[in-house]
Design a protein around this ligand. Structure first.
Ligand code: KIV
Length: 274
């Protein structure tokens, strides 16, 4: 199958491994990460040159239409990760461990992380939480499954945090990020923290920090693809720069289609068989 057309040089680049992703920090190369939830989008994002695709449990909101990510199940995550892994030829595929798939015990965490690798073709998993997630991270890394950590605003903690808000406890943020690194994570997402906190964490860590709402000093950035492409209309986080308005483009295309069907302009001779 041919890859989608690309305007970048991504198609000439080699597949990215976890050690290469990690080494980007010492090379000073900023890492580009986006979420993906299906084959078609994964193919396009991969061809455009992102370094990693995160199959985020944000799919609970932007694909399933739920209020938050808490209802997303392991089976649903495995299903979406499998589709993304089929579409990714160059970039790393990282599967997000959903709520209650790793909190019960290190054994549960390891078994579920193993499903992402074995059943879905992920190269790594992401686990939310700092200090509290150390036993889970250690267990997964102990089986040679690479783990991306996630500190700051951890959306699965929405109820205990009292909402999706900027996290400002500088000392705790640093303690959590260091704990994740010492537990063996190969990189860490830093979400919704002040610029100075993210800079301090990035400076203190050997592993790459991937920021979202964390300012420009992280080693890389991640965004929810549906936000940056203008596909998700329900909520626009301030940190999510919109690079396209695909929601409007789809709306206009479908309005035109409906119009042409109704007035008989489609299908014409080009789209019909003699
Ligand atoms: O679920 C997700 O998409 C995420 C990213 C926003 C980091 O966790």
């Amino acid at each position: 199958m041919t890859a989608p057309a690309t305007t970048s040089q991504a198609k000439e680049l080699r597949p990215i491994t976890v050690p290469e992703f990690q080494a980007a920090k010492s090379r000073g190369t900023r890492l580009c990460v986006l979420t993906a939830y299906d084959f078609t989008m994964a193919r396009i994002l991969d061809a455009a040159g992102v370094d990693a695709l995160l199959v985020g449990d944000s799919l609970g909101m932007v694909v399933q239409g739920q209020e938050n990510s808490l209802g997303v199940t392991m089976d649903e995550m495995v299903y979406h990760t499998r589709m993304v892994a089929r579409g990714a030829s160059r970039c790393l595929v990282i599967a997000d461990m959903p709520f209650m798939s790793y909190q019960v015990s290190p054994q549960q965490a390891l078994e579920n992380a193993g499903r992402f690798v074995k059943e879905a073709g992920a190269q790594a998993v992401k686990v939310e939480g700092g200090m509290r997630s150390v036993p889970a991270i250690r267990a997964i890394v102990g089986a040679d499954i690479p783990v991306m950590g996630h500190v700051g605003l951890t959306p699965q903690s929405v109820h205990s945090l009292g909402g999706f808000r900027v996290q400002r406890n500088d000392a705790k943020l640093l303690e959590d990020a260091l704990a994740v690194q010492e537990a063996g994570a190969f990189s860490v997402v830093v979400e919704c923290v002040p610029i100075e906190s993210a800079a301090k964490i990035t400076e203190a860590l050997r592993i790459p920090t991937i920021g979202i709402g964390a300012g420009p000093h992280c080693d890389g950035q991640v965004l929810v693809a549906h936000d940056m492409l203008g596909l998700y209309q329900e909520f626009h986080p301030r940190f999510a720069k919109q690079y396209a308005d695909l929601g409007r483009a789809v709306l206009e295309a479908v309005e035109t289609y409906c119009q042409e069907v109704r007035d008989g302009a489609f299908p014409g001779p080009d789209h019909s068989f003699q």
